[in-house]
Design a protein around this ligand. Structure first.
Ligand code: AMP
Ligand code: ZN
Length: 478
């Protein structure tokens, strides 16, 4: 129906691959989910939104999906912060899981079909450790911790393409940073499968054949994948920081415990950055959806910014980009309003309706871009060239109906809901004025005051005032 099928860059193959379901029916994929010890930040959501676009493109292309995403509800951070908050781990992580679901809803993320939690899958994890021990891939240390023996798996490193020495150094630095108590292992590269109980864990421990303790972080994904997707499935995804060690360790645990293939393809999302650094909780430079809403930006405007960069390129977050998102969404909304006036009563098709009946024409070029490694910026460019060329008032009713359907098809692929209301006080800014204002802002950001002042003067002469806020600006007619 839609006539294009998805090609995606595969981290494992280091090349593009056609993405087609192994079983010929359903594309089965897994995404590493959030660690629920606070609100997810918009960096986390960049990854979840990119995975959502992936799913939408697959489904709109005519292939059903089975989407599994876990909730990490036990690890060092959840335990530490639940204790600080004076709550049980369960109550604490449940609260943050609800907040996560709420934010996902506002950002228009399709809920995964299965969303397993780590604590609820402890028996699965213990079974996997037992299998690994039986097969000679794991050993128990004197303190009751269990480690994966990296030297027992000759394919270790095939995803991250690191050399043996780098792997050992990498594992050593990760171990030093996150697990300084792991002095009982045989080799620095070995990673923990079961952590023996420590006083600082409080009441958060479980019984196992090796004594009380809790699972290592990498294990939960392997165990839950085996339960819900089996030994062989289509695709695995996460942020680029998970390639090593997390995904490398998942491969080792899964392949060694089952002898199966694990994920056929791997999709990794580059980071959302702030001022050239990764947005992360530990660096204290993060924004949540709540923060942006407090500054007057909608969740859809945030989503528009997050989808707007190519998922394999780092994306620098600025308030200016949120302003630009607002203007782009308003432009689409105005266009849709024009179509509606042309068409009279017309409904907005749902994702399910689009899966079964839609055709991207006249946005075939945008659709082809999405199928080419999810090239969202290219697709958005194509959408705007159609909107610029085909003014609603010049279209026949049939043409307008096609554009209506096609526009909703592409917006659905991006997970963008076209605003129903054109913003209050919304101002149509001519493209050349916008371009001047953008140049002035860039000059200002680059501290080139002379150029910035000259461009402000030019804008004023053209009848436009610029009002600057800390991180953005507004254009107003004089
Ligand atoms: P976490 O809650 O830390 O387990 O992370 C959830 C997801 O967000 C993982 O796929 C991470 O790789 C991803 N992630 C973390 N920080 C960023 C960032 N700044 N930009 C994009 N993705 C991120
Ligand atoms: Zn994982």
């Amino acid at each position: 129906m839609t006539g294009v099928s998805l090609r995606l860059y595969d981290t494992l193959a280091r090349d593009s691959r056609d993405i087609a379901p192994l079983d010929g029916e359903t594309l089965r994929f897994y995404c590493c989910g959030p660690t629920v010890y606070g609100p997810a930040h918009i960096g986390n959501f960049r990854t979840f939104v990119a995975q959502d676009v992936f799913r939408r493109v697959v489904e709109l292309g005519g292939t059903p999906t089975l989407h599994v995403r876990n909730i990490t509800d036990v690890d060092d951070k959840t335990i530490r912060d639940s204790q600080k908050a004076g709550q049980t781990l369960d109550a604490f992580t449940r609260g943050w899981t609800e907040k996560f679901h709420h934010d996902c809803g506002e950002l228009g993320l399709l809920p995964p079909h299965i969303e397993p939690g780590a604590v609820a899958h402890l028996p699965h994890q213990i079974r996997m450790i037992e299998k690994l021990m039986e097969r000679g891939h794991a050993y128990a240390a004197p303190d009751g911790s269990v480690y994966f023996k990296v030297s027992s798996y000759s394919d270790y490193g095939r995803l991250s393409h690191l050399e043996d020495r780098e792997l050992r150094l990498g594992a050593a630095s990760v171990a030093t940073a996150t697990d300084s108590d792991e002095y009982t292992k045989d080799s620095l590269a070995d990673f923990v499968l079961w952590k023996s109980r420590k006083p600082e864990d409080g009441e958060n421990y479980w019984a196992s054949p090796w004594g009380d303790g809790r699972p290592g972080w990498h294990l939960e994904c392997s165990a839950m994948i085996l339960e819900y997707l089996g030994e062989d499935f289509d695709l695995h995804s996460g942020g680029v920081d998970l390639v090593f060690p997390h995904h490398e360790n998942e491969i080792a645990q899964s392949c060694c415990s089952t002898g199966g293939h694990f994920a056929r393809h791997w999709m990794h999302v580059a980071h959302l950055m702030v001022d050239g650094g990764k947005m992360s909780k530990s660096l204290g430079n993060l924004y949540t959806l709540e923060d942006l809403k407090a500054r007057g930006f909608s969740a859809m405007e945030t989503r528009y910014v997050l989808v707007g960069g190519h998922y394999r390129q780092p994306l620098n977050f600025t308030f200016h980009s949120l302003d630009a998102a607002r203007q782009a969404l308003q432009k689409i909304a105005r266009y849709a309003k024009g179509l509606k006036e042309r068409l009279g009563e017309v409904s907005v098709p749902t994702h399910e309706e689009l899966i079964n009946s839609a055709d991207p024409a006249p946005f075939a070029a945008a659709w082809a871009r999405l199928n080419d490694d999810l090239n969202v910026p290219g697709a958005i460019g194509d959408v705007f060239s159609v909107l610029n060329q085909q003014k609603p008032s010049t279209l026949s009713e049939e043409e307008a109906a096609n554009v209506w359907r096609g526009l909703h098809f592409i917006c659905d692929a991006l997970g963008i809901v076209i605003p129903a209301v054109i913003g209050e006080g919304d101002i149509e800014v001519p493209a050349e004025i916008q371009a001047l204002a953008d140049r002035r802002w860039d000059a200002k950001m680059g501290r080139d005051w002379a150029t910035s002042d000259a461009l402000r003067k030019e804008l004023e002469d053209a009848g436009w005032l610029v009002k600057d806020a800390k991180d953005s600006y507004q254009l107003l007619p004089k």
